[in-house]
Design a protein around this ligand. Structure first.
Ligand SMILES: [Zn+2]
Length: 330
């Protein structure tokens, strides 16, 4: 643990990591082939030996990430060239590898948590799992978010506004095609606590119908806009088999504080079991798009595993008592 880290580890954000991987793949044979007697090479090889385990492990990790997302990334880049902002173009992307759609085990886990928790603000703290979530889409920014998630091979969960899903059904379908879970974020994004139970019911169920209208399954996750809910909302969501998902970290990206600030806020609040709130719709989301790659890179550098919300609920069931987040975002 006290050994100095390999240079690559000290530059987690450096995009040249991939090119270093390229040289790393060929380097094992290079010194032997050259047979050079130079001292620098001897020192180099000795240093390589001392850092060997770390380098090999890191290279394997990067190789796994690059090779896992490589094919789809290439297809996506190609698609972006041929179709402007639409990264998938005429060739719909398949699920992000290792995700797929909801599994029966995830559905069962949601049902178990529904029985004891009115809402979820974070998973258990036992594992270094973090869930990225995006609200208020779909929008014209959603394809950019999806493109990054595909390239980084990173899962996330989307809480869509029904009205927006009807406005952008093709974009909404791209989220579905990526195998990413889609939750209900109401039909028109009102503050539910100010509505009657009947009005709340209409908002929640119309939102569910809208996401189903383009092919998504009935949503088993629900997130109240602005974090605004009351006991009637809890009863409605539970009665319709939806688990209410709040958040641990509000990046406040909707206020457009700058990409650096979004990165800082997301990473400052990251901890085991955290649910991070961001937005792929509801306004200009260029800063969110700019911040996302670094958030993913640094979380992984800190050895967090990115998971979807249903996976978090399955692997890290939340505690029975949780407090609601303070801020009124969402
Ligand atoms: Zn919202």
């Amino acid at each position: 643990m006290s050994q100095p880290r390999p240079p690559m580890n000290s530059r987690p954000y450096d995009h040249s990591a991939q090119s270093e991987l390229g040289s790393g793949q060929s380097s094992p044979s290079a010194p032997g082939v050259s047979g050079s007697p130079q001292h620098w090479e001897t020192r180099y090889r000795r240093r390589r030996l001392s850092a060997g385990i770390g380098l090999v492990a890191l290279a394997a990790l990067i190789l796994a990430v690059v090779s896992g997302g490589g094919a789809s990334s290439h297809r996506l880049r190609h698609g972006a060239r041929s179709s402007g902002s639409r990264f998938i173009g005429n060739a719909p992307g398949g699920p992000i590898e290792g995700l797929g759609n909801w599994t029966p085990a995830q559905t069962a886990a949601v049902g178990r948590v529904l029985r004891y928790a009115p809402f979820v603000t974070q998973g258990s703290r036992r594992r270094r799992d973090v869930a990225l979530t995006f609200d208020d889409g779909p929008s014209t920014f959603t394809p950019q978010v999806l493109s990054i998630l595909r390239r980084e091979h990173a899962p996330a969960t989307f809480f869509q506004i029904g009205r927006s899903a009807r406005q952008y059904p093709d974009i909404a379908r791209e989220v579905l095609a990526a195998g990413l879970p889609i939750g209900d974020h109401t039909e028109t994004h009102p503050a539910l606590a100010g509505l009657s139970p009947a009005q709340q019911r209409t908002e929640i169920l119309d939102g569910a119908k809208s996401v189903q209208s383009y092919g998504a399954p009935y949503p088993r996750l629900f997130r109240p806009p602005y974090g605004s809910f009351n006991p009637a909302t809890e009863k409605l969501a539970r009665g319709h088999h939806m688990l209410t998902i709040m958040w641990t970290v509000d990046t406040r990206d909707f206020s457009q504080p700058g990409a650096h600030k979004i990165v800082f806020t997301a990473l400052s609040g990251a901890k085991p079991g955290a649910i991070i709130l961001m937005h792929d719709g509801g306004g200009p989301r260029g800063e969110t798009v700019a911040a996302l790659p670094r958030i993913i890179h640094v979380l992984r550098h800190r050895r967090f595993r990115l998971v979807t919300v249903p996976q978090l609920v399955l692997d890290d069931p939340p505690e029975r008592t949780q407090s609601a987040p303070q801020s009124g975002a969402g």
